[in-house]
Write a protein that binds this ligand. Structure first.
Ligand SMILES: Nc1nc2c(c(=O)[nH]1)N[C@H]1C(S)=C(S)[C@@H](COP(=O)(O)O)O[C@H]1N2
Ligand SMILES: [Mo]
Length: 249
């Protein structure tokens, strides 16, 4: 799908207003922002700052090679079997604090409404790359699942775990989860995701640094608190290296 910058911005603004209505009616969302008593104007103002779009680039500005970083291929027989089957049996689950848990195949993911965006990925290790990502807006998947009012964070559980190690996982709040550029991407530069870049599906959360962009996502979980998960800081690097949980750029 080709989306021009102009109708993308218009669509983003409409989406924001629709999102405000919906989110504004959600008491936990208001308290999350600390805005419950301040009225609609302030809610919309705070949301529109966080909902601003990350810069998008022209096709010719893409990096010739989009490097792979962190896990380049999840170890173990389960992922190897998925890879051998071209990910036909992969399921992206959406569960936790939702009314209608989902289990979505990659074929189903590709049949849902798509968004494509050419953005710059910034890794804290000191490199950047520009690539085109195509995928399904996370908001649509959460709407399909029906977030419960108690849900405050969205957690991404990944398939890569070194033997005896903690699994990779990440989490974002409901503002980023509803951002128009937050997508579950299955294509990089118009090709199915390479294994190195997170096949068959990874998060793109364009207003945050690289480590938030979970690869090899198997499960999206809506939770009320991050305390009970792994090290309790909301992400693999947050738990082990004190990376910031909110890595806004
Ligand atoms: N599952 C998983 N996701 C991950 C990582 C990882 O090791 N495992 N590394 C993170 C880091 S630090 C970066 S910079 C990006 C790298 O994405 P890329 O391999 O497509 O360049 O993925 C992020 N997501
Ligand atoms: Mo990174």
């Amino acid at each position: 799908m080709t989306v021009t910058r102009r109708n993308l911005l218009a669509g983003g603004a409409l989406g924001l207003l629709a999102g405000c209505d919906q989110l504004g009616a959600n008491p936990s969302f208001q308290s999350l922002l600390g805005l419950a008593e301040k009225g609609n104007f302030h809610i919309q103002r705070a949301l529109s700052d966080r909902m601003a779009l990350a810069k998008e680039f022209r096709p010719d500005q893409r990096s010739p090679i989009f490097r792979a970083n962190g896990t380049r291929e999840p170890p173990g027989p389960a992922y190897a079997a998925h890879k051998a089957a071209n990910f036909a049996n992969w399921r992206l689950k959406v569960d936790g604090l939702v009314a209608r848990p989902q289990s979505i195949s990659i074929a189903q993911l590709r049949a849902m409404p798509q968004r494509a965006q050419i953005t710059r990925h910034d890794c804290v290790e000191g490199w950047s790359a520009i690539g085109k990502w195509t995928g399904v807006p996370l908001k649509l998947m959460l709407d399909a699942a029906g977030l419960m009012p108690t849900a405050r964070y969205i957690v991404f559980h990944c398939a890569d775990m070194m033997p005896g190690e903690a699994p990779y996982y990440e989490s974002i709040d409901l503002v980023d989860a509803h951002h128009p550029q937050t997508i579950m991407a299955w294509a990089l530069n118009d090709e199915p995701l390479p294994v190195g870049n997170g096949a068959p599906v990874r998060l793109r959360v364009e207003r945050q640094l690289g480590y938030k962009h979970a690869k090899y996502v198997e499960r999206i979980e809506a939770v009320a608190t991050l305390d009970a998960l792994h090290g309790g800081k909301g992400g693999y690097w947050e738990d082990r290296a004190d990376y910031e949980w909110y890595a806004g750029i």
